[in-house]
Design a protein around this ligand. Structure first.
Ligand SMILES: Cc1cc2nc3c(=O)[nH]c(=O)nc-3n(C[C@H](O)[C@H](O)[C@H](O)COP(=O)(O)OP(=O)(O)OC[C@H]3O[C@@H](n4cnc5c(N)ncnc54)[C@H](O)[C@@H]3O)c2cc1C
Length: 288
């Protein structure tokens, strides 16, 4: 199929893009196009105006600002993959990015596009949830900072207003030594995950878990932060038994289902991958 007719705009500045967005009641932003182009051609979406932000200066960067790592929305997934700063400060993202599609899609796909597409199985929103990232949105009305927990408004729907552009993501990496791990199950490498799991784990000097973050992708409409498992394990000595006992609750999540993967299958994966990712993070945490 071919896309329905639309007006194409190629703004050179963010102000120009925001003006176009404010003036069109049915517009879409074009970033890497890896999800939007198929959706246009299959007529899943039919915007009147397509606002291509690839020519907008100053939206692609990875930089340190004080204790934060700040990533511009138009940063290509390939640049995350090969960034020494990401490898050093956000090892969870460095591991997860290699599961995002293929080298060819990562060359064009952007971090902002992945967050806005908000596929339940997408790796980057899962990492953002695990890291308590903050999403920065801009419109002609000003700037808004949205905690990642409030960013999903529903299935594949970000909590952005129609006139807003996601401009950057802000991460505050953990400073204490910790282990980070990302695992997923997909039928073939490069496919969207059926279920994925992201974890960060820090040990105290007594060998007990001092801080824990566990997030599951592909199970709920948006990445699920597993607060009950985190609370059950914090302050405990980590062991295969304690991980198994705490992760059993992932088997009762009201998981997504589709003709290929029934609910029970995702629930079992949720339990198995939670235990696996915690063991991997523990193996990398070391004792203080
Ligand atoms: C073969 C193939 C395999 C793939 N496998 C995976 C995978 O395993 N994991 C995965 O996560 N992804 C996968 N993808 C999707 C890919 O990673 C896309 O890059 C991503 O989903 C969207 O990013 P994009 O920059 O291409 O955004 P686009 O396709 O340009 O846009 C996606 C949506 O976000 C909106 N948008 C984009 N940027 C902004 C912004 N800054 N502000 C407001 N709205 C914005 C657009 O309007 C559109 O609605 C795959 C894609 C292909 C083609």
């Amino acid at each position: 199929m071919k896309a329905a007719p639309f007006r194409y705009h190629a703004p050179r500045t963010l102000d120009e893009a925001l003006g176009l967005l404010a003036d069109s009641p049915n517009a879409r932003v074009l970033a890497g196009g890896q999800s939007l182009m198929p959706m246009l051609n299959m007529r899943v979406v039919s915007p009147d105006d397509l606002i291509d932000i690839n020519g907008v200066e100053g939206l692609a960067y990875i930089r340190e600002e004080g204790v934060e790592i700040v990533i511009g929305a138009m940063t290509r997934q390939r640049d995350l993959e090969f960034s020494p700063l990401i490898a050093a400060r956000l090892p969870l993202m460095a591991e997860a990015i290699r599961y995002v599609g293929h080298r060819q899609t990562r060359n064009r796909g952007t971090i902002g596009g992945s967050l806005c597409q908000l596929d339940p199985s997408a790796e980057l929103p899962t990492v953002a949830q695990a890291c308590d990232a903050v999403v920065v949105a801009r419109s002609r009305r000003g700037e808004r900072r949205i905690p990642i927990a409030e960013f999903p408004a529903g299935y594949m729907t970000p909590a952005l207003e129609a006139d807003e552009v996601l401009v950057e993501l802000r991460f505050t990496p953990w400073t204490a030594p910790h282990g980070a791990a990302f695992v997923e199950y997909a039928r073939r490498h490069g496919d969207f995950a059926v279920v994925s799991a992201a974890a960060m784990l820090a040990l105290g000097s007594d060998g007990r878990i001092e801080r824990l973050s566990l997030t599951l992708g592909g199970v709920g409409a948006a990445p699920l932060r597993m607060g009950a498992i985190e609370a059950a394990l914090c302050g405990q000595k980590p062991s295969t038994q304690s991980f198994a006992a705490a992760c059993a609750s992932a088997g009762t999540i009201d998981a997504l289902e589709d003709p290929h993967y029934p609910r029970w299958y995702r629930q079992r994966l949720a339990v198995a991958l939670s235990k696996r990712v915690l063991a991997a993070a523990l193996g990398r945490a070391g004792a203080r």
